[in-house]
Design a protein around this ligand. Structure first.
Ligand SMILES: Nc1ncnc2c1ncn2[C@@H]1O[C@H](COP(=O)(O)OP(=O)(O)O)[C@@H](O)[C@H]1O
Ligand SMILES: [Mg+2]
Length: 362
């Protein structure tokens, strides 16, 4: 009998959510619908529950209105939606791959510096990449001298956490950063840094975790707030990369970052182009951003194992030139839902399942 099971790897908290019907932003119903459409059965599982020696796993499979726990042979195709921070989990995933399992998005958290170095090897991309360096003593001041304004960002973090902006002022620099209040909530603040010296807490942060210093990109603005685009680039049933959708994200008033988790708001591209790039047509911007995004992903997927599904953060200058900000290996996908782009939101789930199904049917 042909194998028609597709594994979906979740972290523990997501799997607990699945059983309680509370998976936050992850739309479980779409996995099931996509499975029906492509003739495969989603088997939700955790890497901790895989017995690599026996190649068996405990998985949760839809059964009536709920999920039934089953012991099954490890599915031959697995869509990874988990992020692993422990080397043991990576080692287990690698052992499954070594035993012939197709795991796509096997690694889905890449250091920003590693990606920058890979992309910089392509001369056609260099004009679209912010000047970037690991933040070391001296590099911040040197970059401020060269660029006038920079961001400091953790090499391996997400949703806008830990990122800061430095700009020149008449007396030195100003900094925009977020810090916990006494009550524990995070709050964005702005401060003067007379003489252009970094405060102690920033120096401590730079020592604690690897940081990058990067030219502040001249992002186009919407109502005087910078915006960027989330571009979903996925392989579909044809196994080729294609653009699933593009949505805009505008920074809130209190900061420069557009992450929805930091208060950024989602907007359709039509609205942003009309307001911020009136001399460009939407079709032109879509074409340019799509070609650029495909170029980036083709480049990255030469070097990174089994990428199938990424969310790029792409900026635009006010002339409509695309700029690379970052590549997310586990796209959270829900900004499409927030923008009311339901078909695209659904497609972000259907494409990876179609891709996985293509390995089972060949
Ligand atoms: N070089 C830059 N210039 C201007 N804005 C930036 C720059 N880098 C990041 N940002 C802003 O900060 C946000 C978060 O940065 P990003 O590199 O995507 O890290 P994260 O992984 O935290 O999302 C971006 O979406 C963008 O709004
Ligand atoms: Mg980002």
């Amino acid at each position: 009998m042909a194998d028609n099971r597709i594994g979906i790897l979740f972290n523990s908290n997501m799997l607990r959510g699945l059983l309680r019907n509370k998976t936050g932003h992850e739309a479980i119903a779409f996995y099931e619908e996509a499975g029906r459409r492509h003739g495969v059965i989603p088997c939700f599982m955790r890497v901790e529950d895989v017995n690599v020696r026996k190649m068996e796993a405990v998985a949760y499979i839809r059964d009536g209105t709920g999920y039934a726990r089953r012991r099954i042979p490890v599915p031959s195709v697995i869509h990874n939606r988990a992020i692993y921070f422990r080397s043991g989990a990576h080692a287990r995933v690698q052992s499954m791959v070594n035993r012939g399992t197709v795991i796509f998005n096997q690694v889905n958290r890449y250091g920003k510096w590693k990606l920058h170095v890979l992309l910089q090897q392509d001369p056609a991309l260099v004009p679209h990449l912010p000047v970037t360096a690991p933040a070391r003593k001296g590099t911040v001041a040197a970059m401020m001298d060269n660029c006038g304004a920079v961001v400091l960002k953790p090499d391996n973090n997400s949703v806008g956490r830990g990122i800061m902006k430095l700009e020149r002022s008449s007396t030195g620099w100003t900094i925009v950063y977020s810090r916990r209040t006494a009550g524990g909530a995070r709050k964005w603040r702005k401060a003067n840094l007379p003489g252009g010296r970094l405060p102690r807490f920033v120096l401590a942060q730079l020592r604690r975790t690897p940081y990058l210093v990067q030219e502040l990109l001249p992002l186009a603005r919407y109502h005087d707030r910078p915006f960027d685009l989330r571009v979903s680039v996925q392989r579909d049933g044809s196994r080729e990369w294609q653009i699933t959708g593009i949505v805009g994200r505008v920074a809130p008033q209190h900061t420069f970052v557009t992450n929805v988790a930091q208060g950024g708001t989602v907007h359709r591209l039509e609205e942003l182009v009309a307001a911020a790039l009136p001399h460009c047509s939407v079709a032109e911007v879509v074409e340019r951003v799509s070609a650029f995004s495909l170029h980036i992903v083709n480049r990255l997927s030469h070097s990174l194992s089994h990428m199938a599904d990424v969310g790029l953060d792409i900026g635009l200058t006010s002339d409509g030139k695309p700029l690379f900000i970052e590549c997310n290996g586990r796209d959270q996908r829900y900004s499409f839902r927030e923008a009311g782009l339901y078909d695209i939101w659904e497609a972000t789930y259907f494409n990876p399942i179609a891709y996985g199904a293509s390995f089972l049917q060949s």
